[in-house]
Design a protein around this ligand. Structure first.
Ligand SMILES: [Zn+2]
Length: 106
């Protein structure tokens, strides 16, 4: 697969599977989830400031990569899942933009 700046979620999952699929399967969901959460923590640190925009972007990429890994292990098609839930409008109120009360999650 060539490098592209406009990669789909499915392509991310395929690339991650080719790169790390065997290791990911051996580690399993529980161990992978810990790595995912570690990356989320690194993203939080990056967003607090003091890092370059490139470093912040790289942390977003790491979180997305580990999310793709978890989806691979769980057998979830991320593109289909995101499209099914967020492809048209807010899943809570059905509007675009969201009109859910501000005290609710969306
Ligand atoms: Zn809403």
């Amino acid at each position: 697969m060539p490098r592209t700046s406009d990669i789909t979620l499915r392509q991310v999952q395929e690339r991650i599977k080719r790169l790390y699929g065997a290791k990911d399967e051996a580690r399993g969901a529980s161990g992978t989830f810990l790595w995912f959460m570690e990356e989320v923590g690194e993203l939080a640190t990056a967003l607090r400031g003091g890092e370059t925009p490139e470093q912040v972007a790289a942390e977003f990429a790491d979180v997305q990569a580990w999310l793709a890994t978890l989806a691979n292990i769980a057998g979830v098609d991320l593109g289909a899942a995101v499209s099914a839930k967020y492809g048209l409008s807010c899943p809570g109120c059905g509007a675009e933009p969201c009109s859910c009360p501000s005290h609710e999650k969306p």
